[in-house]
Write a protein that binds this ligand. Sequence first.
Ligand code: KG4
Ligand code: ZN
Length: 339
Amino acid sequence: MNILAIESSCDETAVAVVRDGRNLLADCIASQVDIHRLYGGVVPEIASRKHVEAIYPLAEEALKTAGLTRRDVDAVAVTFAPGLIGAVLVGVNFAKAAALTLGVPLIPVHHIRGHIAANYLTHPDLEPPFLCLVVSGGHTMLVDVRDYTEMEILGGTRDDAAGECFDKIARVLGMPYPGGAALDRRSQAGDPKRYPMPKVRVDGNPLDLSFSGLKTAAINLIHNAAQKGETLEIPDLCASVSQAVSDALTTRAALALRQTGRTTLAVAGGVAANSRIRADLTVLAEQTGVRLCLPELRFCGDNGAMIGAQAYYEYLAGHTADMTLNAYATKSMIGEQLS
Ligand code: KG4
Ligand code: ZN
């Protein structure tokens, strides 16, 4: 089954062609990062306009790359939530029009379910059940993936997401948007013990997290040093922040593994590219005898391939939509069935 998959929830227009959920035939991306960098963050109206310009030629390019014609498309999939509403709307309306004109099913895909499914492309033998640590710019949570379309959120951040925490600290350090990857690069030569950071702690669910305290502590450190005319060792600061984020995530992942008894841990989302988090989770997996699945770097950030991968399983579960499909900014139905 050839699925034409559309992703437009933030600042990347992406169209992929995926066969039977696992076989990637084309993965085309038009990134807008250079434009939004001028403003220090994503400007929603600009994002929507750029999606409008990019989406049709990108779909044509994806089919050409896959060596397919429109008649070979068996279904159209699209991210319907969550995301910037204007941006998601562009993808949803394009997908509706494409499905209608091609006379094929329309498959709505939750963006986070897509991130999780990126692992199916990198690890062809991976099958649920498994535990997934989702770490993106907007989400941080531990998900029990019971089946391809049956998931439960076990815990997550009460405030900032891990990516947001990295990006905000990177911005104060003068790194270009989105700063997570730059902060990661600078951290590599740094001493993670140089600047002690507060431990991430919340009351209640031990699998929950909070990154706002850590973010504020790091930003205060930078501002105080500037006021006193002191020079900070930037690689050391980046390493200290990365270690604190990684410690918070790794301890939650370890606890969730113990609680659920799952023997496979997958990681998903843009922050899954972080070198310290990848290294620390690798150690955790070795110590606990758990299988660790990390997505290839090209499937960590937003892409169409992950949407096409998840769409296949949504289709098998009967989760298709008609022309009344809507776009949602915040719909958090990762654990629920689509109606
Ligand atoms: O999953 P994603 O592409 O978009 C959302 O769905 O939010 O994640 C983007 C986030 C950004 O915050 C970006 O700074 C972060 O992923 N990111 C990283 C790294 N590469 C991307 N954060 C830390 N280390 C990295 N290497
Ligand atoms: Zn994403």
